[in-house]
Design a binder for this molecule. Sequence first.
Ligand code: AMP
Length: 450
Amino acid sequence: MDSFKDFTISKQLQYAIDDLGFEKPTPIQSQAFSVILSGKDMVGIAQTGTGKTLAYMLPILQELKFSKQANPRVLVMVPTRELVLQVVEEIEKFSKYKSNRIIGVYGGVNINTQKQALTEGSDIIVATPGRLYDLVISRALQLKSIKKLVIDEVDVMLDLGFRFQLTNIFELLPERRQNIMFSATMTEHVNAIIQDFFINPVTVSVAVSGTPLDNISQYCYPVPNFYTKINLLVSLLRDKETYKKVLVFVSNKKSADLLFQELENYFDSEIAVIHSNKTQNYRIRSIENFNNEETRVLVTTDIMSRGLDLNEISHVINFDTPSFPENYMHRIGRTGRAEKKGTSLLFYTEKEEPAKIAIETLMNIDISFNELPAEIEISTKLTLEEQPRSGEREDSIKIEEDDLGKGFHEKKEKNKKTNQGGSYRRNLKQKYKKPKTRGDKNYNRRNKKR
Ligand code: AMP
């Protein structure tokens, strides 16, 4: 849709948009409007700056009739206090000509002032999960009239460890409600929330295009396991002339720590790491050091690198293959900026090959294939996740799921009974046959034929 006139919005909303000087809807606004208005659950893949706040608020405000009732009908959850303030301010601008009562609540400040404000009644609550939960438990706020739930920046929320609070809040909400979620990246954790709490959501995505920049050269290496990936990475990084400024991506903080420790043995102060378990100061220092070229290699998770202004990255190394192809596009987009040439390398195991194929399908190109160099030692050491399982061992959970908490694993068990994940894995196993022995010395020879 090219104009806000194409939306069926009230005069009050149109006036507010005119006042803001917005001439036409952004792509996420065009796509989300009718979906949200239809009442369906929605998952939006969009970053800050895409106009996503108005994308969900416009249809919600359009529907929200004047009411004197005390309990709120719309709940917007965001990960930080700063975002609460920003979103409240935005919503106030959008509803300038409507009489909606909007209240923001967040932790770290006196709860009594917020309790007091809530006694006046509200239509829209914007909240961080922890404080919201405290207010509900202390009966200062009732959620029984909530019709629309928006969770914004859900990937950040989960990375900050809000999974439990989110689950608790879901339990307190009325079952009949519309769920709307925004995330800049898709992760296993985000997907788990969707599977657990959303009903047939419509996905709208504007985060990335599937067309990579021409100035990024892309190569991939088949590698049998985690520790062989480390051997390959060490061997590549030894070439300091070529690998000048390298961003290494892993999908979770546990792998980030493991990789960092291993690389430190070889490169010491040339390596830095950032992820959400590190303190803010540590992260700021790591990024500064990387930017002023005191460190050459930065290990990061998808979420932590978001929004960072990192210039002149020579190489993006995908130490693992993202399960969601869009995340690969995000990653490689960190190099090849401002017309500079950039290179992206992708390491993939046999298990990750379907994800690599999904990436190639999204881009509609094949990533150039590189043999695993013959001098790279094939490690026989396996991570817990890679070890063959004899029955379900308690400690052999997937790395990616390690910090999801008990509730997640319980649900997974339930899902297994319906045979969703199992049959998929079985099919994959049939298609991509397992190597006879792990850490096989003949791995290179066999893969040469590809
Ligand atoms: P958001 O992604 O919601 O944080 O929005 C990013 C910025 O874009 C905010 O400053 C909005 O006020 C602004 N914005 C939202 N929608 C539009 C639009 N249709 N045209 C121009 N600017 C917009």
